[in-house]
Design a protein around this ligand. Structure first.
Ligand code: AMP
Length: 252
């Protein structure tokens, strides 16, 4: 299974291809989940074209597309929430209160209906993967979580359904995000290991955009690293031209 919110792009298609390699049948869900949007205007502005999405799924040999309505998912009287402590609290959890409760609730429900053997998620949403892995382990859900690498545009910008909302000027400015990650990766490979030093390199590149966070943390716990020896993940959220974008890179 590949859970999506539609407005499909090459990143989603790469997840479908991966799913085909892992399973005999591939199900794609398309559901813009209102529970995970704190901001009603962000939800209203979320792009949607289900007919086009179905064409893309057909092209990718998807066996079943499931595009439930909000009422199908949350009928009158729906009162259950799935909430994950710890990994869901910092970063996106702090900047988008309720977001991961919405994600955890919808993912649990999608899994309960489809009962997939494997679900494929994108590495682009690093914290979401951490939340979904915690949730499936804690609830003992019989599904393997597979993580697919981030698909990027020609300048390195991570593909996102939100990118269509960037005007040309903002789209050009957004390329500082991948550029900052590449600069940090380069520093890491030349021996820079300290979180603060790496953050300074990232922030130094993130000019002309509004940073929510640009942090280097332990990829397992999303907490500050105990020392400079272990792996790290750089997590970035920033707004460009009114569009909020996230990205990350793991340093090992
Ligand atoms: P979304 O429709 O944005 O909720 O994304 C659905 C799934 O596609 C999530 O698992 C995302 O992490 C994944 N995804 C989104 N963008 C990309 C990308 N550029 N590369 C790889 N996976 C992605």
């Amino acid at each position: 299974m590949v859970p999506t919110m539609g407005a499909l792009h090459a990143g989603h298609v790469s997840l479908m291809q991966r799913a085909h390699a892992l399973g005999a049948r591939v199900v794609v869900s398309i559901f813009v989940n209102p529970l995970q949007f704190g901001d009603a205007t962000d939800l209203a502005k979320y792009p949607s074209d289900v007919a086009r999405d179905i064409d893309i799924c057909r092209e990718a040999n998807v066996d079943l597309v499931w595009a439930p309505s909000v009422h199908d998912m949350y009928p009158a009287g729906f009162a259950t929430r799935v909430s994950v402590d710890g990994v869901s609290e910092p970063f996106e959890g702090r900047h988008r209160p309720g977001h991961f409760e919405g994600v955890a609730t919808v993912v649990t429900k999608l899994f309960a209906v489809i009962r997939p053997d494997v679900a494929v998620f994108g590495a682009k949403d690093f914290q979401q993967v951490a939340v979904v892995k915690r949730l499936t382990a804690d609830l003992g859900l019989p599904v393997d979580i597979d993580v697919a690498p981030t698909v990027r545009d020609h300048d390195g910008l991570a593909l996102s359904s939100r990118n269509v909302r960037l005007d040309p000027e903002a789209r050009a400015r957004a390329s500082v995000i991948p550029r900052s990650l590449v600069a940090a990766e380069k520093a890491w490979h030349s021996g820079v290991r300290n979180s603060r030093d790496i953050e300074a390199i990232v922030v130094g590149e993130l000019i002309d955009i509004d940073i929510d966070y640009a942090s280097v943390v332990d990829p397992g716990t999303l907490a500050p690293r105990n020392d400079d020896s272990g792996p790290a993940v750089i997590l970035i959220a920033a707004t460009v031209g009114g569009v909020r974008l996230i990205d990350n890179v793991v340093l090992t």
